[in-house]
Design a protein around this ligand. Structure first.
Ligand code: DCT
Ligand code: MG
Length: 396
């Protein structure tokens, strides 16, 4: 669960009014004076999405549907629900009748049916069916293990395995090193990471990296940079200012750094992830052992009853370290800050509206056949002709 952001001055619900490519439809006046449904862009990079979601009831149902389609590798339907969820997340009011979604982008028939049912019945029978579906339940358990994706889950499910207990008991399974540690630290890793833990890990990472690279820039990215109070991991982007030839040093330094972590507070260092690699940066998908007072430990394990017998004074935490060349820093930061949906829409917008190719390394203008340099995220938005969207407004 995401901790909602308090309603404060950051809550700016000014919706983008610049999209002349989205002709105004003749819709009746809406509830909120400053809000016009037809002006909501189909691209989340032209919307502001804070963590203050007035439509969680709907977006939770959509995300369950999307996840089920992801498990079925039906990308089209998966995206349809993710886009719909993202649109409702940016609304400055809760949807209470069908008229409230009139004129909004990404509201296909499947989506509208679910909205209608939730308005009338308070819940979605389709989402409920998914939650009770045997295949979904198994995939949900399997993919909650670090190192297990849809492909592995599919394989296990086809073998007749249904629960993690059955997976663990199936001695013929060849688990990867990643999956083995995923199971070993399972309880810690499925429990969420708090902002306090992220800050504690940040201090350790900064101190360690600076031992080798005194000038290194170390930035907390991912959900925490977007203002989330909890997450499933902690993402850091590391770069070293200075001339290009420093790259080798950077790599050496960070490999060394990873080795050092391994010998001191990391049990296992995991150099590669599944196939979904989104860039070519050197990364370290680590599990860090964070020492913490027992009392804290207990409060994060709210699902278990009091861990009477627990004497463990540390918690295993997933940390992603991404290392990028200094001149690609802005692009890497934009990509690694997310959200995933925001990144998807940025790339789609660049491609379809601007004939540019955006990734975590660079922005390429296909018409001019040049790479556009950027020293900050603001410059990337400017290259794309987009108004700047602050990190905490990228929770699409
Ligand atoms: N990212 C991406 N595609 C991937 C992996 C990552 O676009 N295959 C980007 C988007 C978000 C960012 O990297 C960090 O990824 P996560 O840690 O998975 O997401 P998060 O938003 O930080 O979510 P959480 O709070 O659960 O860690
Ligand atoms: Mg993260």
């Amino acid at each position: 669960m995401e901790a909602g952001r308090p309603v404060d001055s950051e809550m700016k619900y000014r919706l983008m009014e610049q999209q002349d490519q989205f002709p105004a439809l003749d819709t009746s006046e809406s509830e909120v004076p400053s809000f016009t449904a037809s002006k909501v862009s189909q691209y989340s990079c032209q919307r502001k999405t804070t963590l203050n979601n007035f439509n969680k009831k709907f977006t939770d149902a959509f995300e369950i549907m999307a996840e089920n389609y992801e498990f079925k590798e039906n990308e089209m339907f998966c995206l349809e629900f993710l886009r719909a969820a993202s649109v409702l997340k940016c609304l400055p009011f809760p949807v209470v009748r069908m008229k409230d979604i009139q004129g909004l982008p990404c509201m296909g028939d499947q989506v509208r049916d679910i909205v209608e049912e939730i308005i009338e019945e308070g819940e979605s029978s389709r989402a409920k069916d998914v939650l009770n579906d045997e295949r979904y339940k198994s995939f949900k358990q399997f993919t909650s293990v670090f190192g297990v994706g849809v492909k592995t889950s599919e394989k296990w499910y086809r073998m007749g395995l249904r629960t993690l207990e059955e997976v663990k008991a199936e001695k013929t399974l060849k688990l990867s090193k990643m999956q083995r540690v995923g199971l070993l630290y399972y309880e810690d890793l499925v429990s969420c990471v708090s902002k306090a833990e992220a800050d504690a890990v940040g201090l350790i990472v900064k101190k360690t990296v600076r031992t080798f690279l005194p000038d290194a820039l170390i930035t907390l990215t991912g959900g925490f940079r977007r203002g989330k109070k909890i997450g499933h991991d902690i993402d850091f982007l590391i770069t070293n200012p200075g001339p290009r030839e420093d790259d080798d040093l950077l790599h050496k330094g960070l490999l060394l750094y990873c080795d050092i972590i391994e010998s001191t507070f990391v049990k296992d260092q995991l150099p590669s992830r599944k196939v979904d690699a989104m860039d070519n940066f050197q990364k370290c998908f680590a599990i860090l052992k964070l020492y913490q007072p027992r009392v804290d430990n207990r409060s994060y394990n709210a699902s278990k009853e009091f861990d009477m017998a627990e004497v463990k004074d540390w918690k295993a935490i997933r940390v992603d370290l991404v290392i990028c060349p200094f001149e690609q820093y802005a692009y890497a930061l934009l990509g690694w800050t997310g959200s995933r949906q925001f990144g998807r829409d940025l790339r789609r917008f660049a491609n379809h509206e601007k004939k540019m190719i955006l990734d975590n390394h660079a922005l390429y203008d296909k018409r001019k056949r040049i790479f556009l340099k950027a020293g900050s995220e603001e410059e990337i938005f400017a290259h794309l002709g987009l108004d700047y969207v602050e990190p905490w407004e990228r929770n699409a």
